[in-house]
Design a protein around this ligand. Sequence first.
Ligand SMILES: NC(=O)CC[C@H](N)C(=O)O
Length: 197
Amino acid sequence: MKAGVIAVQGDVAEHAAAVRNAAAAHDESAAVVEVRDAGVVPDCDVLLIPGGESTTISRLIHREGIAAEIEAHVAAGKPVLATCAGLIVCSNDAKDERVEALGLVDVSVDRNAFGRQKDSFEAEIPVAGLDDPFHAVFIRAPLIDDIGGGVETLATVGGRAVAVRDGPVVATAFHPELTDDPRIHDLAFFPEREVVA
Ligand SMILES: NC(=O)CC[C@H](N)C(=O)O
């Protein structure tokens, strides 16, 4: 499996490690490429859009011609995992003119809504499809506010969605790449496969 991590800004190395771990759990190997230029995404089977700073990621993926390739990847039904800033970039509307949202996940977000109250928190949260709770790390996390009818909510905190699936895209307000637990990467990339011990 060839996995592309959008690497214009954000926590790229952590996603690379997590997707390798997720693939290893299926006795597969993931060849990870860091995407900084156009022309790489079309060869990727799966994509990861990391946490970081959504205004910067948005500006650079449009400037480098990567944004349109991400859109084509999703239009072809290929999986994407987008976390935190990645979720903001993939949303319909980030309510911030500096973020040219890709509209790949039918939600609107409030960029730093959780962050304004508290910069960072961690919580054990149940996630649809996982047997045990997931240790979720929230850092200046976005709040998902409007959710389209075709979007599946995978996890909530305080009644608010924090993980969603829209077709081939799984998006989280938290950072599954910052723990050693590959189960969210697994959900995104191996949705119908049995984990090999
Ligand atoms: N940890 C994060 O990715 C924070 C994202 C941040 N709220 C932003 O707008 O980019």
